[in-house]
Design a protein around this ligand. Sequence first.
Ligand code: NAI
Length: 379
Amino acid sequence: MKVGVLGAGTMGAGIAQVAAQSGHATVLVDVNPEQLAKAKAGIEKVLARLVEKGNKTREEADTILSRLTFAGAIDQFAGCGMIIEAIVEKLEVKHTVFRQMEAVVEKDCILASNTSSLSIASIGSVLEQPSRIVGIHFFNPAPLMPLVEIIPAVQTSEATLQQAKQLIDSWKKVTVICKDTPGFIVNRVARPFYGEALRIYEEGVADFATIDWAMTTIGGFRMGPFTLMDYIGNDINYTVTETVFQAFYYDPRFKPSFTQKRHMEAGFLGRKTNRGYYDYAEGSDLPKPTEDMALGKQIFERILVMLINEAFDALFLNVASREDIDLAMTNGVNYPKGLLQWADELGLPYVLEKLEALFAEYGEDRYRPNPLLRRMAKN
Ligand code: NAI
């Protein structure tokens, strides 16, 4: 099947590489010729490295490259069985390109969006045949991150959903199906990893380094929240938080943090500006954590129970199945364990007790234990 990818930026280039590696004739289209050239050079470089490391032969790399076509116009998508859109996150622009794409393809071509924050329903609303719309949400970098969230909109047909899932499964990705709700699974359930860490810092409980130490050393997470936010970029991470907060009608659970906003406003974006929560300039040392086990455990458990509460909320509201919620967090953001499994291991009454203590102490809605967690802890 011929696959189309629209937008040759960070995500589009990676998705096109995955499609070509999976054996598809792949057309990557972008309005900006410089972006196309950059994407082509980037993919060539990645494949050259794989050949160097012995993961691929030169012939295999050349075959993959020969499957890729780089083009400047949407009419090159003619004959595609599926197109994944990965352009700017603006609904009006997406509407224009989805209309254009539908005009050049056959009736059975699936039209997918890689959007992180727009609803799939709103993107599909302009199609003549809206049952072919579906969300296919990759994680950055697309060739390396196993998870792909598949999001049926209210318009999506069962056939579109199943075909999309089968295709992405055949690309050796871990697919999960989730409802067309803000943040899908990962960007919703992961919010407290950042938000609660920022809140703990703001209360003066501990500094960045100590919170990161607690989450990595005691919690077993690959990166602490502040190190991770510096990697992602405080501008990007803040925007996701704000978008999710607005999309949930200002539910206080998702309230963004002033600390992060000020870092963003100051241009302390993280690694990419050499300064975020930490100073990455040459010659500067990273601060040392306070390695106090009791404090570390308190920090880790506070963030963990908030994450678990969010995972329960997603399950309670049927955003995804129990298995998919756990798979999403381990494969999309590398959590050491699925949150629902983690909750079982800790014991649901223990998790509930921690949340109830936070709720009693603060009296804030942000800490309200999820009804499903309450119900299950009782049984
Ligand atoms: P990007 O800014 O790196 O790339 C966007 C590309 O789209 C650019 O090359 C631009 O020239 C092109 N473009 C813009 N308008 C176009 C048009 N009308 N026709 C053809 N090409 C056009 O953006 P990025 O980060 O790759 O994001 C793309 C999409 O993927 C967004 O919807 C975003 O929400 C989503 N996404 C981003 C992730 C990330 O970590 N960056 C993760 C998952 C999803």
